[in-house]
Write a protein that binds this ligand. Structure first.
Ligand SMILES: NC(=O)c1ccc[n+]([C@@H]2O[C@H](COP(=O)([O-])OP(=O)(O)OC[C@H]3O[C@@H](n4cnc5c(N)ncnc54)[C@H](O)[C@@H]3O)[C@@H](O)[C@H]2O)c1
Length: 258
């Protein structure tokens, strides 16, 4: 069966998405910048195939996707999940205190990485008779402006994630006639590799102490989980979503209502 590639598949959300897609019967292949991340997730999920890849390098994306297409009888789906502010090593703080080099890291992965992977995967997915692309945006891309004290590089991160959503809408129109549905999801506050649940609870307690009722907590009374994100991605790639394209599903648990 043709493959579903998950970029950033060695991360927290990549793992949650991979786990749900495997249960749904997808032939998942993880790609990640860091071999140790991809290997660990692969082992945790029972030996899922993986490869190292820097999504910012188009030539590498072309080479690795071509290898995967040969090894797995084509490509049927792409999940753009590489990134994560903390994984990119961008410090917290306002724009005026940040450096263009930090902006480039976000733009490189969140924008160029997504362009490179979608540009490369589209031809293969079309050749497979159609399929889907889902990109991981963020609540920060639907309504910019998480506090700079909480979100690394908040302004630039928000701008790149808004770019993910607009790119999704435009590409959905280009690729619909080829049978490729293009969607996005916007997680709110979830675990990441650098921010496990215990750390998130600690951060929220501190925030509420400083600014009680700030509206940064979900009315559902919990943080999102990587499985929540995986379920939504799986839905968007499934037949149940066969008439959904160009959409960005809000997965903030009601933190950011529009
Ligand atoms: N966790 C959240 O709260 C949250 C909220 C909204 C959006 N997101 C988005 O979800 C995506 C995944 O985030 P996460 O929380 O799983 O982060 P994470 O840090 O747990 O995982 C990110 C993974 O991406 C990989 N990566 C980084 N640069 C790469 C590159 N150039 N090429 C290939 N792989 C690369 C890292 O090695 C890491 O394994 C990101 O796009 C992030 O912006 C996360």
């Amino acid at each position: 069966m043709a493959a579903a590639i998950i970029t950033g598949g060695g991360g927290a959300l990549g793992k949650g998405i991979a786990s749900v897609l495997l249960n749904a019967g997808w032939n998942v292949v993880l790609v990640d910048l860091l071999a140790e991340h991809a290997r660990e997730v692969s082992e945790d999920l029972g030996g899922v195939p993986w490869k190292t890849l820097d999504v910012t390098r188009l030539e590498d994306v072309r080479r690795v996707f071509a290898e995967i297409a040969v090894e797995h009888d084509g490509l049927k789906a792409l999940v753009n999940c590489a990134g994560g502010a903390m994984a990119l090593g961008v410090p917290k703080g306002p724009l005026v205190d940040s450096e263009p080099e930090h902006w480039s890291r976000f733009i490189g992965v969140n924008i160029y990485g997504m362009f490179n992977c979608a540009h490369t995967a589209a031809g293969y997915i079309k050749a497979a008779g159609g399929g889907g692309i889902v990109s991981i945006a963020s609540g920060a891309g639907m309504q910019g402006g998480p506090p700079a004290s909480r979100q690394s590089g908040a302004a630039v991160y928000s701008a790149t994630k808004a770019g993910v959503i607009a790119f999704t809408q435009a590409l959905a129109q280009e690729l619909g006639p080829s049978g490729i549905r293009v969607n996005a999801v916007s997680p709110g506050r979830n675990e990441s590799r650098a921010k496990p649940l215990a750390r998130m609870l600690e951060m929220q307690k501190k925030e509420e102490g400083e600014q009680a009722g700030s509206g940064r907590a979900s009315p559902l009374g919990r943080f999102g989980t990587p499985t929540d994100i995986g379920e939504a991605v799986s839905f968007l790639l499934s037949q149940q979503a066969s008439y959904i394209t160009g959409c960005c599903l809000d997965l903030t648990g009601g933190i950011r209502l529009h």
